[in-house]
Design a protein around this ligand. Structure first.
Ligand code: F3S
Length: 63
């Protein structure tokens, strides 16, 4: 499982990196970035889905 953020949709709400700091980080302006290659480690799948469900812009995708 991997996560990605659509930069066209992200408005910098920050829920992703607050709820799942192991999976997401932020750029200098507060927009979300995937940490590393976006690979979701074993046991973090629920957290990934939580982030997807909490992004108001639906910018996060699980692939
Ligand atoms: Fe952006 Fe959604 Fe995260 S708007 S900062 S991807 S919660």
């Amino acid at each position: 499982m991997k996560v990605r953020i659509d930069p066209e949709r992200c408005q910098g709400h920050g829920r992703c990196y607050e709820l799942a700091p192991g999976l997401f980080t932020e750029d200098d302006e507060g927009y979300g970035l995937v940490a590393g290659e976006g690979v979701v480690p074993p046991g973090e799948e629920r957290t990934a889905r939580l982030a997807v469900a909490n992004c108001p812009e639906r910018a996060i995708e699980i692939i």
